[in-house]
Design a protein around this ligand. Structure first.
Ligand code: ZN
Length: 308
């Protein structure tokens, strides 16, 4: 057999084995059959090429008979031997073609991240209407500046972020960090009353208010982990803040300092709070990176990445 033919033969064999490996991956239960037929196909091809190249009809006939005997008494050990070939050939399959492997890798990655987030970590505590502040939740208040306070563990990353923004020419002012439950209740009731005064029923007013002001007991401001920002030329807490330099800077950079946009646009159905471009929540740098890079909100982060 000349060099060209030998190469073609090897190429053909490899193709068959790859195809069978692919088939096996998709239909594991048919693995045995797949491997058996691969062996038959390769041996069959060998016999044909032998016949073609040498014209030795007798050898060919003997091989066919042997093959027949082999196939009818296919033992487990021979399957295992071929299985080893299969495994070594797995590496040669072009990466990216097999979506099953990709999905598996993604799942493994998710599990690895999942293992690194602990549900008892104070930084990632989930507080919303369904998850009110746990009874007895304890933390120490620290001072940001003047009478403005937040969880003392957040003061340093917050100051770091504010000074980084300043270096980029952006002024960030903290306007409403920690609020005690009385203040949260007062803010909530004030808004409900305003709606009621305008003719809304109490139930409707309550529902409407809860979209904009967090129900007392479910606000991250009460545990000192949420910060509202304003900037020198924009002091209103409304959607317009998103278009200011400060709003843009925060949405691009806050995660680097452990802060996330807590109520993003297009996530209202999950957070049940309207888009609040001024409201940032401290979750720590590790979680903030995962949340920002996957473009998810804290509720989604809990679903995907926080272990039992
Ligand atoms: Zn807020």
């Amino acid at each position: 057999m000349d060099e060209y033919n030998r190469e073609r033969k090897l190429d053909f064999e490899n193709k068959i084995i790859s195809k069978v490996v692919q088939f096996n991956k998709e239909h594991r239960f048919l693995g045995f059959l797949g491997v058996a037929y691969a062996v038959l196909a390769v041996i069959g091809y060998n016999i044909c090429s032998l016949f073609y190249n040498n014209g030795k009809k007798l050898t060919c006939l003997a091989s066919v008979l042997m093959l027949f005997a082999l196939s009818s008494s296919f033992s487990y050990s021979s399957v295992a031997a071929v299985d080893e070939v299969r495994i070594s050939h797995e590496d040669t399959i072009v990466a990216g073609k097999n979506t099953g492997t990709q999905v598996k890798e993604e799942k493994e990655e998710q599990q690895a991240v999942r293992a690194s987030f602990n549900r008892d970590d104070w930084k990632i505590i989930l507080v919303n209407k369904q998850h009110p502040i746990p009874e007895g939740y304890d933390f120490k208040l620290g001072t940001i500046t003047g009478g403005l306070k937040c969880d003392e563990r957040v003061v340093s990353p917050l100051k770091k972020m504010i000074s980084a923004a300043k270096d980029d020419g952006v002024e960030l002012y903290v306007c409403s960090p920690y609020r005690n439950s009385e203040r949260q209740t007062m803010l909530f009731d004030k808004k409900v009353n305003r709606y009621v005064k305008n003719g809304m029923s109490y139930m409707d007013a309550y529902r409407e208010t809860s979209q904009a002001v967090t129900i007392p007991g479910s606000s991250e401001h009460q545990i000192g982990l949420a910060i509202d920002f304003i900037t020198d030329n924009y002091t209103a807490l409304d959607e317009g803040f998103a278009k200011t330099d400060a709003g843009r800077w925060l949405s691009e950079n806050a995660w680097k300092y452990g802060f996330i946009l807590r109520y993003p646009k297009a996530k209202e159905s999950i957070t049940s709070i309207e888009f609040e471009p001024w409201h940032y929540r401290y979750v720590g740098e590790e979680a903030a990176e995962v949340i920002a890079k996957n473009n998810i909100c804290l509720e989604e982060f809990w679903n995907r990445y926080v272990g039992e």
